[in-house]
Design a protein around this ligand. Structure first.
Ligand SMILES: Cc1cc2nc3c(=O)[nH]c(=O)nc-3n(C[C@H](O)[C@H](O)[C@H](O)COP(=O)(O)OP(=O)(O)OC[C@H]3O[C@@H](n4cnc5c(N)ncnc54)[C@H](O)[C@@H]3O)c2cc1C
Length: 524
């Protein structure tokens, strides 16, 4: 039987990035994917309506566009083309009946904010100027292995140049306070604070401000692009590049076990019993699955098993896809059409919504992240129509419904329909006539998401909470803050490893670098 240099379990963006980097280093690499198509949470389909492309899960890729690793792969040569919406992000404030809009052109963003409240434009430009000094180093430090030695030093120097302790304080300030301190209009505050809600860090907790600033500033510098033709095109480009360099991908190949002998990974076992030998195994697998079944408990130290009991998932997700016969009929049209729209009436409401989730309640006013995909990329549906989605976060364990529909948290057909109606009503309020334009609707609850990607445990989209207590050296658990695992030759390459969720390929790159180093040190 041939030994592969590496087997990569899972073909999400992290797995495919890892496989590409190892192939570049001359390794023989086999990627094993449980589903019948590659890409993990980076996929698109025509299941909602045959004329419409819908991204099954993720859609907008500012982190990929900013990621030195993804950029370094030169995916444009393998068929990837990016598309941008006229505006990056919009948030409508019902109280003032005004939109705050983020543009790739910072002056345009600032002019719009200044128009909402004198001084907000300058406040925005000041944030941009600070980001000019620290942004690249900070992104580099976030996306490299922890502790980030080279990027860390450069980030520390940049932070000093950009204001030292004042800047550190700004980045540690919770998003809700940051928004209040810096901006006068509620719309501008919402524009910044809504970004923190992409992760599950409460708006009033440290770390949420950094997330809010990071996503807003990436919108400013690289935009929030989408792959032309659908999210799946990004995965296809990664696969095409891998195969062009001799890497191999096998779909419909679920790994059910990592074979360990005397503390060292020797390969994997597939669901049909086939055994595949490899010198290194890179797992693009959620940590609770890797340490909760794929590796036998007897092959793991007791402390790892104990610490994994405290591993915290991020909230659940419910996603609704719509095929619309026309554009979203916004009652007040945004000045320029945004690709992403955040729906929340106020920063206070947003804070309350996340407190409800934390308390196990289905929010009565769920926060929506909404994507206008045909607006962003005309290839998604016929001219004049719109491919739209919205998703919202839910508690992993529902105790009650804060609304009036008696949603139980079983997430059966009834629960999903009721929640989708609640979400749709939120859109309808801002865009009367939205429902009349719906020609097809699909609802993906936790079970439907997990059936399409086993990493999305209970609908958790980030591979584990993004809150500070489970980041950096604490990810996935204290003591395992790097790609190396307690099993020699086994590396954690998924979003459960630092730096967490999002399509940036950093966890895959960190795992590939760790495997290459282990080979140099003759440890694999
Ligand atoms: C609804 C939703 C919306 C999102 N929106 C965005 C967004 O707009 N922008 C963004 O940057 N991020 C977004 N994300 C997050 C982002 O998609 C993920 O963080 C990212 O895909 C993680 O990549 P990964 O490679 O670690 O794992 P995944 O993409 O989850 O891929 C894991 C792969 O491993 C396979 N696998 C798992 N177990 C096995 C096994 N035992 N054997 C074989 N194969 C296995 C799975 O089938 C899957 O293909 C979103 C996620 C979701 C779910």
């Amino acid at each position: 039987m041939t030994d592969w240099d590496a087997v990569v379990v899972g073909s999400g963006p992290n797995g495919l990035v890892a496989a590409n980097l190892l192939t570049d280093a001359g390794w023989s690499v086999l990627v094993l994917e449980a589903q019948d198509t590659p890409g993990g949470a980076v996929r698109s389909d025509r299941d909602v309506h045959p004329d419409f492309v819908h991204d099954t899960m993720s859609s907008f890729y500012p982190l990929a566009a900013a990621s030195p690793v993804v950029r370094g792969l030169g995916l444009e040569a393998h068929g990837l083309a990016w598309s941008h919406a006229p505006a990056v992000l919009g948030h409508f404030d019902p109280a003032s009946q005004r939109w705050a809009t983020l543009h790739r052109d910072r002056e345009l963003t600032a002019a719009g904010l200044e128009d909402l409240h004198p001084g907000d434009g300058e406040a925005w430009l000041e944030l941009c100027r600070t980001w000019d000094v620290v942004g690249d180093s900070l992104v580099g430090a976030l996306l490299s292995p922890f502790p980030p030695v080279r990027n860390g030093i450069s980030a520390a120097l940049a932070v000093r140049r950009a204001g030292g302790l004042d800047l550190v304080r700004t980045l540690l300030t919770p998003a809700s306070s940051l928004a209040r301190e810096r901006f006068g209009s509620e719309a501008a505050r919402l524009l910044i604070a809504g970004n923190a809600s992409h992760a599950d860090i409460p708006l009033d907790a440290p770390g949420s401000g950094l997330m809010a600033v990071l996503l807003a500033m990436l919108g400013q510098t690289v935009g929030w692009p989408v792959p032309q033709g659908g999210a799946g095109r990004l995965a296809e480009a990664l696969v095409r590049r891998l195969q062009s360099r001799g890497g191999t991908l096998r779909c419909s190949a679920e790994v059910v076990g990592v074979e360990v002998d005397r503390g060292r990974a020797r390969g994997v076992r597939l669901a049909d019993g086939e055994r595949i030998r490899a010198r290194a195994v890179l797992a693009d697998v959620a940590a609770p699955r890797l340490y909760g079944g794929l590796v036998r408990p007897e092959d793991l130290p007791a402390r790892t098993l104990r610490r994994m009991q405290d591993f915290q998932l991020d909230p659940s997700t419910i996603k609704v896809d719509w095929a619309l016969s026309g554009p979203v009929p916004w009652a007040v049209a945004p000045p320029q059409a945004p690709g992403t729209v955040h729906v929340a009436d106020s920063v206070a409401e947003l804070t309350e919504t996340y407190a409800q989730i934390d308390a196990g309640a289905v929010p009565d006013k769920p926060f929506l992240l909404l994507g206008q995909m045909t607006t962003t990329d005309p290839h998604r549906s016929p001219p004049g129509t719109e491919s739209v989605w919205a998703y919202t976060h839910m508690p992993q364990d529902v105790r009650r419904d804060a609304g009036e529909d008696g949603i139980t948290g079983r997430w059966d057909h009834d629960d999903l329909e009721r929640l989708a109606d609640r979400m749709q009503a939120r859109v309808e309020r801002l865009a009367p006539g939205f429902g009349d334009r719906v020609t097809a609707r699909r609802i993906l609850g936790p079970r439907e998401l997990e059936a399409r990607n086993a990493n999305l445990i209970g609908g958790a989209l980030g591979g584990g909470t993004a809150q500070l207590h489970q980041q950096l050296v604490f990810r996935p658990v204290p003591g395992l803050g790097r790609a190396e695992t307690p099993v020699r030759g086994l590396f954690l390459a998924s979003a459960s490893a630092h730096p967490g969720g999002g399509v940036h390929g950093a966890a895959g790159s960190n795992a590939a670098r760790a495997a290459l180093l282990a080979r140099r040190l003759r440890r694999v």
